[in-house]
Design a protein around this ligand. Structure first.
Ligand code: ZN
Length: 85
């Protein structure tokens, strides 16, 4: 749990609180999304459109990691992005 400052009254509020106990302003938690971008052996890429759309909407990549995996006989590469507004 972390303390943040209420944007309205600037008092300390738990980031878990739904609203500020002092002034009642709703506290919006940071949204996070997970996006999987998968490159198939045949060159087809899945998930990239969603990824670039989120970036256009102002989402930031907060972490990414590559996963090598196997899909039946065809290898594919998967990149997992954690995105935050
Ligand atoms: Zn407040």
């Amino acid at each position: 749990m972390a303390l943040i400052n209420c944007p309205e009254c600037h008092k300390s509020v738990s980031d878990q609180a739904r609203s500020c106990p002092n002034c009642g302003r709703p506290i919006k938690r940071e949204e996070q999304r997970t996006v999987y971008v998968i490159q198939r052996a045949n060159g087809r890429v899945e998930g990239y459109e969603e990824f670039s759309q989120l970036q256009r909407d102002g989402w930031q990549v907060i972490s990414e990691h590559d996963e090598a995996d196997w899909d039946g006989e065809a290898p594919f590469t998967r990149v997992v992005y954690q995105m935050r507004r």
